[in-house]
Design a protein around this ligand. Sequence first.
Ligand code: NDP
Length: 331
Amino acid sequence: MSIEFKIFKFVHKIKIMSNTIEKIKCLIIGSGPAGYTAAIYAARADLKPVMYTGMQMGGQLTTTTEVDNFPGYPQGVDGTSMMEDLKNQAERFGTEVRFGLVTQVEFSKEIGGIHKVTVDESHLIEANTVIIATGATATYLGLESEQRLKGGGVSACATCDGFFYRGQEVIVVGAGDTAAEEATYLANLCTKVTMLVRRDEMRASKAMQKRVFNTKNLVVKFNTEIDEILGDKVVEGVRVINNITKEKEVVPVTGVFIAIGHKPNTEIFKGQLTMDSVGYLITEGKTTKTNLPGVFAAGDVQDKDYRQAVTAAGTGCMAALDAERYLGSLE
Ligand code: NDP
C-alpha cells in the first residue's frame, strides 16, 4: 500500500469516527474504467457520487503496462496513468473518491428503498442508488514463475498485450472460448501460436474450435500443461509436460497468455442479486439494471464476453444515466 493510500485511509477513518451513518445519493463500488466513467456522468448529473475504490485502486488496468487500444491516446498510455487521468476527471466534477472495501450489503427490494452498505466492516452507508463496478479477476495457474514474469511476457489479455508480440512466438493456455479467441487473434500477429489444452478435447464451442484448427500457424498440444515458465526478468521459453506420457519439452516463446477463465468479484452480492452460474451479475436487456431497483451493474462484473476498458467505460456511462433516470422517476 502506497503512502498516498495510507493517508487516504487514515483521513477516511477520521470521517467515519465522527459520522457513523452516512446518507449518499449515488454510491459507486469499484474504481476501474466502468466505475470512474459512472462517476464522471453521475457527478455531472449532480448525484454527488461517492466512490469506494476497493483494494486495487484503478482495477485490472493498473496491472497491465501499456494500453494501446483506448480511444484518445494515439501514442498509447501506461495503465496506471490512464486510471489516474480518469480519477482526476471524476474528481474534477465533484466525485468523492475514497480508498476502502465494501464488506457487506443489504439491498432493499422496494422501489425507492434505501440500500445499506458497510465499508471496511465499520462504516455504514445508506444509499439511494448503488452502481456496482467491482470487475473480474483473471484466473492464473498459480506457478511462482508465472507470478514473477507477469508484465514481463506473462499476460491474461491478448487484446491488451498481443501487439507487443507481433512477429514472435507465443503460448496460449486454456481450451475455452476465450483461449480459442485469443489464440486466433494472436495468430494474426505472431509467427506461431501454441495452444496448451490440458485434456484430450477442447471446451470451446465447435465453431471456435473450427477456427482454431483452420488457422495455419496455430498448433494445439492436447494433454499438455505448463511445467515451468523460463526466464529471469522476461519470458525466454516454456517447459511443457505431457500429462499422460510425462514427457517434457521446451517451447521457445517470448509471450505466455493465460486464458483459463475469470472470476467476477461478486461474492458479497450472493443471495441478493441475480447472477449466472459463474457469478457474473445479470442485467436487464440493454440496460445496467440488476434485479433490484436502484442497483446497477457496469463493466466486467456483468460482461464475460467483451471485457475491454472501453466497453466497461460505456456501461459505466449507462449505469449513471440509469441511476439518474431511476432517481428522477421517484420524484
Ligand atoms: P471457461 O471456463 O469456459 O474455460 C476455461 C478453460 O480453461 C477450460 O478449457 C479449462 O479446461 C481451462 N483451464 C482451467 N484451469 C486450467 C488449468 N489450471 N490449466 C490448464 N487449463 C485450465 O472460460 P472462458 O474464459 O473461456 O469462457 C467463459 C465464458 O465466456 C464461457 O461461457 C464462454 O462460452 C464465454 N465466452 C464467449 C465468447 C464468445 O461467445 N465470443 C468469447 C469468450 C468467452 P477444462 O476444459 O479441462 O476444464
